[in-house]
Design a protein around this ligand. Sequence first.
Ligand code: ATP
Ligand code: MG
Length: 582
Amino acid sequence: MSNTLIHKANGAGHALPNLPDYDATRARFSWALERQALRGLPGGGLNIAMEAVDRHLQNGRGDQVALRCLSRGGAAREFTYAELAAETGRFANVLRTLGVQPGERVFSLLGRVPELYLTVLGTLKAGAVFCPLFSAFGPEPIRARLELGGGRVLVTTPTLYRRKVASLRAQLPQLEHVLLVGEDADGEDTRSFGALMAQADTGGRIAPTGGEDMALLHFTSGTTGRPKGAVHVHCAVLSHYVTGRLALDLHPGDVFWCTADPGWVTGTSYGILAPLVIGATLIVDAEEFDAERWYGILQDERVDVWYTAPTAIRMLMRLGDEVPGRFDLSRLRFMASVGEPLNSEAVIWSQRVLGRPFHDNWWQTETGGIMIANFAAMDIKPGSMGKPLPGIEAAIVSPAPDGTLAFVPDGEQGQLALKTGWPSMFRGYLGEDTRYRTCFVGDWYLSGDVARRDADGYYWFIGRADDVIKTSGHLIGPFEVEDVFMQHPAVAECGVIGKPDPVAGEIVKAFVALKPGFEADPALHDELMAHARKRLGAVVAPKELEFAAHLPKTRSGKIMRRLLKARELGLPEGDTSTLENT
Ligand code: ATP
Ligand code: MG
């Protein structure tokens, strides 16, 4: 790991950070106090859409742009908070007309089009449950999720419907309504989203949901195995509010851009809900990654806060240092990353080339919101995930055979655990009660990730419990090895696995993808092996290194080490429903 420290003596930028002093904010933090910022519903209820949208009409934000949707070539489409309130109310009325009852599931299979946002928030207003799917999914992952989730409504486009869903209809008796967005939307067993909206009115009350009523269903990324359906409830909105404010340093009126795919939990928690609850202006780009386009958006839309993922940052780094210099990024105040480990090299690169560091933060589909973060006013140790959010108690533990937990001393590795009780904690894995229960020991939720805490209270990611490598009596985290390769100028991406070995138990094997302009030849192979040995020592350094054009990734951009391993060993690949096409 790098020894660099990115010092934040004066905070990160132009606005005073929401969390100016970590220890002080943590000491006086109270969920009950934070809850007072929310409006709630008459009679003590709580509804995410009320907090994200309609609440702002009462606090003078009705005319502010809530959503600004960009697409290639097209004019931007904007919705003020008042317009968003009206249009999401309209969609809630559409669902009521269709007979959708509170608690029933509404799925989306959409890219980042305006109708996605109306669907999410309108569904919540109707008291129904929203579940997003990746629009790039093939028919089988779509079928499996709609079936498990009991989807009653699906909102998609005519093309996606024809290609992926039409042939499945007979197998999905619960799927009563398919609403198609866009022109050419009429069909025999589908309805036109636009026509239904035109017939519905905008008024109507928000369903009287309680904080513990189910609001969202999110499937995990499938990095370690078959995706699980995590159930979330309306009071998660308190976590969205607090984490958006403290971990992303979002202020009301900020221009915020989150690049996450809508099919992934980040696409909902931070691509939609948290920034709206805070009263930011959300930039939405319908297009996929394109480095120059992205720098252009940061400049032209005057983005204040930007939330993206390591895989995108690595692609920006791969493009080189010259391109960002052509853009005016001076407005950008805070940049954050999530989804998989952010290599220390990426943090140092961003500080050097973009003039400000990426702030890594850690959370999971199950946690519903950010749990561990690098905060705007806190020094960054590149390669570290940061410290637990105020209101969140984290620990490094080791489950003992008698069913209790031992707390592991600082500096040593163990499982990252969180004390239960934060608002956005998942309330179940749909249809998998036993699996849900085994995630908990007493008051603690076991994340399945291995990490360590240093003496200053910073958390360092080591790997998934499933991915940690045991070699000659040592436990090695793949991230530590990958991080060292990422420091070499030729390396664009790296994935490290343990390969069974009769003597050592496992040996470390690295798969490396190179940056443009580098040749995968024996000389570079030996140079990389020597680079790793010098920094990691003979025990931790890989014994084998293989060049790969691409590494297998999930649709949320995570390297799938289990697939590298299965392919290496000639084993079945297991669930590949979330595998990105490379
Ligand atoms: P599955 O549970 O289906 O295997 P997944 O765990 O990748 O998939 P998500 O809930 O999308 O599904 O991802 C959460 C996981 O991503 C975390 O448990 C952790 O392993 C990884 N992760 C997220 N953020 C970070 C981070 N900042 N540093 C390291 N790892 C991270
Ligand atoms: Mg997981």
